[in-house]
Structure formats: C-alpha cells, structure tokens
Design a protein around this ligand. Structure first.
Ligand code: MUC
Ligand code: MG
Length: 378
C-alpha cells in the first residue's frame, strides 16, 4: 500500500499579460499554491489551490491556503493509504473546517498520484471522459472598451474564443451597461457575450443592470449580487429573461442543493476549488444536472495544474450548456508546464496521459516561487 509520505507547498507568483480589472481588485500577478505529494512507493502527485485578488474574492488567500495545508491537513493525512482518496479526504475534512481551496489542492494531488500509479487519467478515475475538448470562453477585463474589442477580435481571428465574459461592477451600473453595449455591438453575432459582476451590485442596481443587459442582448449574468442573498438572486432569476448564474454563492453540494430547490439561479459556475475538490465539484454537477440547470466549467484563474484537474472532471460531464472558462494559463506571461495545454478551434483540449496529464517545468516553478532567489529559466 503506497502511503502518503510527505506533502510540500509553495506559492508561485505569475505575472499576468495585462491588468485584469475585476469589480473588487485589479490583478497584475496571480499567486498560485502548488502542492507536491510524495508517496512511499516513490510516486508523486501534484495539485493546485488558487484564489483571486488576495483576500478580495473570498475567505482564503494564497498564504492561508499554504498554511492550512502545511499546519493542519498534512499531519492529518500523512501515513494514510495513498490509494484511498476518500479516506484521506474525510480525514482532511475532519481536521479542517472550511478552507475548500486548501482541501481541493491536496485532493487534486492525491487523484493525480493515484492516476499515475494506476496508469489512468483522472477522467478515467471519475468514470471516463465524454469529451476530448471543451468550449472555452475568454474574459475581457482590460478596463477599456476599445482594448477589449481589439482583444476579442484577435481571439476570434485566431479561432481561440468565441464566447466573452466581461468583468463589470466597478463603475456605476448605467456606465457599465454603456461599456458592455459598445463591446456587444462591435462583436455582433460573431460571439456570445456574458458578464460577471462578482457580487458588486445591490438588488436595486441589479434590477437596473439586468433590464439593461437583457435589452442589449447579453446572454447571461454571473453573481450580480452578494453570495449571501440567495432569495434575492432567485427573484432576479424569475423576474428577468437573461440567464442568472450563481458563482461565489456555490461552495459545494449543500449550496448547490439550496439554489436548485429554490430555483435561485438558472445556471451554476462549477469551480473545483470553491467546491472543495474534484469529488465535491462532481456532486455540484450532479445536483445541477438533476435540477435541469445550465452548467459552466468555472475557473479561479489557475495555472495549468489546476486547470488540467478541472478539465479532467469537466470532460466527464454530460453537457456544459455554457461551456467553460478554463483559460487561466493564457492569462499569464509564462507557463509552468513542460507542455502547455492546447487551445484551438475555440476549445481547450483534455491532456492525454496519466493522472491530470501535466508535468511541471521545475526551473520555471523555481523561478517564480515566492521568496526564492531568481535564476533566469532556460
Ligand atoms: C470569477 O469570478 O468567475 C473567472 C474568470 C475570470 O476572469 O475571473 C474568474 C473569477
Ligand atoms: Mg464569477
């Protein structure tokens, strides 16, 4: 029985290709937490736990993710059977309340290790892939409409993306509608346009916002109001034709069930990190499917490691009505994988290979690791 022998973490700071302007923060660097699990038979598994904008998006920061793993999850699971992901997951859940991103990172690494030892992909461990590639959206968030239009045109030209999510909520609501309308009219029928407000609107703002967005033909609005206001989200869902998606409000199957029962959203952004790992994300997917909601493969803007883990799970999902937004690695100036994920024909392709199907470029990882002296990567 391969035992879980050691677990190590590092925070890797990856510069973004441009400022990524969200309602709550502007990102110029993404800090990803990488987890390396060493098993007693010499095999290894890698995982990732990543949030957005320090502590401005949610309750976990890169530093708290690393600390929860090192201080609490590691002692709870070291010495356990590496092949029994469920038992290790339960032990981590008992030792650590909340902290879903930290628990996700470790669980990813355990699935990766198990897949590598078994000679199977993580998708196979979850019953098998139904898709070899998934539609992938891009987020327009430069903060400037002309730059966003230029960026979208170039993505269409390259056949990389034909669905664009606009980050809004920082400006006054009517100014946001003007901004979205400019981009929407420039793109016409060539692309699908959605928006993400990241909880920035009051219910009153949201009424103005949803009416305006609907009027200009935007297809979907993600988390327009605070995650805690589920009943109000349900009101918006019922009152407007534009699809309403829950994101920050979904921290696993319990929230998914409540939203489904109350028809508080038309669609779910499924995030493996926010759900607390691949297994819990699979439960969110099952609830969304059973309720007949539209599913979206969400991202926390992870590097290739977390993106590949999400891809493995989403590839096993029957239907993602809203596609995915698994573009994280493309937002960074550099890739920390030896072989980058493949984006073509508006899809991101599920990597072949055992486990999550990706390998770290150790020199690059060392270069971007926080607190290390930097040697230029070859
Ligand atoms: C979010 O709130 O969905 C996903 C894409 C992006 O640009 O930011 C994330 C976070
Ligand atoms: Mg969102």
């Amino acid at each position: 029985m391969p035992k879980i022998e050691t677990i190590s973490t590092r925070i890797v700071d990856l510069p973004t290709i441009r400022g990524h302007v969200l309602s709550m923060a502007t990102m110029t660097v993404q800090s990803v937490v990488l987890v390396h699990v060493q098993f007693s038979d010499g095999s290894v598994g890698i995982g990732e736990g990543t949030s957005i904008g320090g502590l401005s998006y949610g309750a976990e920061s890169p530093e708290s993710i690393a600390s929860a793993i090192e201080t609490y999850i590691t002692p709870a699971i070291v010495g356990r059977d590496g092949d029994n992901v469920n038992a290790a997951r339960r032990a981590a859940e008992r030792a650590v309340m909340g902290n879903p991103i930290a628990r996700c990172a470790v669980e990813n690494a355990l699935w990766d290790g198990l897949g590598k030892r078994a000679g199977k992909s993580v998708a196979e461990l979850f019953g098998g892939a139904l898709h070899s590639g998934l539609e992938v959206a891009w987020t327009l968030a430069s903060g400037n409409a002309s730059q966003d239009i230029e960026e979208a045109m170039s993505m269409l030209e390259q056949r990389r993306h034909r669905q664009f999510k606009l980050k809004i909520g920082k400006r006054a609501v009517r100014d946001d509608i003007v901004h979205v309308a400019k981009i929407k009219s420039a793109l016409g029928d060539r692309a699908k346009v959605t928006v993400d407000v990241n909880q920035a609107w009051s219910l009153h703002d949201a009424r103005i916002g949803l009416a305006g967005l609907q009027e200009i033909g935007v297809d979907m609005v993600e988390q327009p109001i605070a995650a805690c206001h589920r009943h109000a989200l349900g009101t918006l869902t019922r009152d407007y034709q534009i699809a309403v998606m829950a994101d920050e409000a979904l921290r696993g199957p319990e929230d998914a069930l409540n939203h489904a029962c109350e028809h508080a959203a038309d669609a779910f952004a499924v995030k493996i990190a926010q759900s607390g790992g691949l297994s819990r994300a699979a439960e969110v997917i099952a609830i969304g499917q059973a309720a007949g909601l539209g599913l979206y493969g969400g991202t926390m803007l992870e590097s290739g490691v977390g993106t590949a883990a999400a891809l493995q799970l989403f590839s096993t999902t029957r239907h993602l009505a809203w596609g995915t937004e698994l573009f994280g690695p493309l937002l960074f100036k550099d890739d920390i994988l030896t072989q980058s994920l493949v984006y073509s024909d508006f899809q991101v392709h599920v990597p072949d290979g055992d486990g999550c199907g990706v390998t770290l470029d150790q020199d690059k990882v060392d270069f971007y690791t926080r607190g290390r002296s930097r040697a230029v990567p070859t």
